[in-house]
Design a protein around this ligand. Structure first.
Ligand code: CAA
Length: 258
């Protein structure tokens, strides 16, 4: 499958999806986020892929937000639909993906770009990255889940500060806030991310799938996360990976989950 706005490479069971609109700082138009949705869903059904990395082409931006040019003339109804599509076909697909997704943030991650990163399971950022939700400076609010996922990750007070001031924070501050999991140099971003992927891939992909489902139930209104955990825990028993993992432990060897 070829995409207009994405490049992807599958190597060592990792699909690296690079958003490829560098002249527009990888701004997310509707075509691009539909392509991301397609690329993620294709990775889910591809047995060769066990982990996904999302990054941006170029050395300046991960994604500088939703494409402002595209929505500038939108009515209230169209604005609602844009947000709904961003949720349904971008951030929810990513957050609920049963295979782990790492955002490798290589520069500006603003607005919808930060919201895309927030939906990923882990975030690694290069030290030149700048992150923020500047939507109020445009007279709008974050529309791809930022008002919900940012406070879940860094707390309501810090999220209100970031959203109301629209300020950008650097990788050190983002690390301090818990907004990113790791900070690297720009040169080492992809090799660090690769090493992180390798560590995750040593573990059972089936158990990781059930962990993602259970953790996603945390803080979800109307969902009993503890009950979800009980169900997902139970579903692991006597699977191939469970037999391999527990047998290897009892035999004092390492399991091979490939
Ligand atoms: N949408 C559309 N085009 C964008 C863009 C965006 N979000 N961000 C950057 N671009 C385009 C610029 O228009 C420019 O295009 P031209 O060369 O055709 O003029 C090109 O990318 C390069 O950008 P700049 O010249 O502005 O680069 P800079 O280095 O001077 O500034 C920047 C970089 C500070 C990131 C600046 O580009 C910027 O502020 N971008 C917008 C950030 C933003 O407000 N994002 C939120 C968008 S709204 C949103 O995301 C809503 C939502 O929640 C769903």
């Amino acid at each position: 499958m070829s995409y207009n706005n994405l490049i992807y490479t599958i190597k060592d069971r990792v699909n690296t999806i690079s958003i490829n609109r560098p002249k527009k700082l990888n701004a997310l138009n509707i075509e691009t986020f539909s392509e991301i949705d397609h690329a993620v869903k294709s990775s889910v059904s591809n047995p060769e892929v066990r982990l996904i990395v999302i990054t941006g082409v170029g050395d300046k931006a991960f994604v500088a937000g939703a494409d402002i040019k595209e929505f500038v003339k939108f009515t209230m109804e169209e604005g609602f639909q844009l947000s709904e599509s961003g949720h349904k076909i971008l951030t929810e697909t990513i957050e609920n993906c049963p295979k782990p997704i790492i955002a490798a943030i290589n520069g500006y991650a603003l607005g919808g770009g930060l919201e895309l990163a927030l939906a990923c399971h882990l975030r690694v950022a290069s030290e030149n990255s700048k992150m923020g939700l500047p939507e109020v400076s445009l007279g709008v609010i974050p529309g791809y889940g930022g008002t919900q996922r940012l406070p879940q990750l860094i707390g309501k007070g810090r999220a209100l500060d970031m959203i109301m001031t629209g300020k950008m924070i650097n990788a050190d501050q983002a690390l301090d806030y818990g907004l990113i999991n790791y900070k690297t140099t720009a040169d080492q971003l992809m090799s660090f991310t690769d090493d992180l992927a390798k560590k995750i891939l040593l573990n059972s992909s089936n158990a990781i799938k059930h962990s993602i489902k259970s953790i996603n139930a945390y803080d979800k209104s109307g969902v009993d996360g503890f009950k979800v955990e009980m169900n997902e825990f139970g579903k692991c028993f006597q699977t191939n990976d469970f037999v391999k993992g527990t047998t290897a432990f009892l035999n004092k060897t390492k399991p091979d989950f490939n």
